[in-house]
Design a protein around this ligand. Structure first.
Ligand SMILES: [Zn+2]
Length: 226
């Protein structure tokens, strides 16, 4: 939803820009007002994405602190490289922009509030079996199945389980398959675009970035392996 909203503003800005730069557009109408309007549309796009990323990151870090879990996320560097090659007005570009902001916000909130944060290599996270590392096969719409051990799940779940598995490896914690099942049932799904957090849920978290305070002693630890 946030992405759709941002995308609408982006389209408005692009349309205005095109009209403004066309030679048919009478010179007398090319005032500074239109340029300012285009700029304000672009600002709006950035603000919507920023607000979304801030809310979702707070939700994730808040949950991790309440449950005593570490936060794991994929390294998005590859995704951001792909982004540079995309046309400016592409919707996917906005989605990737949203995720890269989300990544930065999650790291920041985790460090600030003292949750351990682990960044994992994203290669193969949605194609390898989280149970036995075999290559998964397609099995219906968004479903993947392992030909060697029979594990089967939605591809989003597979991605999360692998991210979790890699994070546990980096932390030096052993996971077993019994845990995988319970995780599927209670799995939170924070990486859907457009989920936002109610003000009341955010209570107790000081997220005022206008006056960032130094990180608490013994604050979040960043784990990172390349
Ligand atoms: Zn398997």
């Amino acid at each position: 939803m946030a992405i759709d909203k941002a995308y609408r503003w982006r389209l408005l800005a692009e349309r205005l820009q095109r009209r403004y730069s066309s030679s048919r557009y009478p010179a007398w109408r090319r005032g500074g007002g239109i340029l300012n309007r285009i700029r304000s549309y672009h600002r709006k796009v950035r603000n919507i994405l920023e607000e979304w990323a801030r809310n979702v990151s707070l939700k994730i870090v808040g949950l991790s602190l309440r449950l005593g879990y570490a936060v794991a996320r994929e390294n998005l560097t590859g995704l951001i490289k792909a982004l540079r090659k995309m046309p400016k007005d592409h919707r996917t570009k906005l989605i990737i922009m949203g995720y890269s902001r989300l990544g930065r916000w999650i790291d920041w909130q985790a460090m600030k509030h003292g949750a351990p944060i682990v960044i994992v290599d994203p290669r193969g996270t949605s194609s390898e079996c989280p149970n036995c590392d075999s290559k998964l096969e397609e099995n219906g719409y968004r479903r993947l199945r392992c030909p060697s051990c029979g594990f089967e799940a939605d591809r989003d779940i597979v991605g999360k389980l692998n991210t979790r598995k890699r994070a546990l490896e980096i932390l030096g914690i052993k996971a077993d398959f019994g845990e995988l099942r319970t995780l599927q049932m209670t799995d939170v799904n924070p990486n859907r675009c457009g989920e936002s957090m109610k003000r009341s849920e955010a209570r107790g978290f000081d997220d005022d970035l206008r006056s960032p305070r130094p990180l608490r002693a013994g604050g979040g630890q960043l784990y990172y392996k390349n």
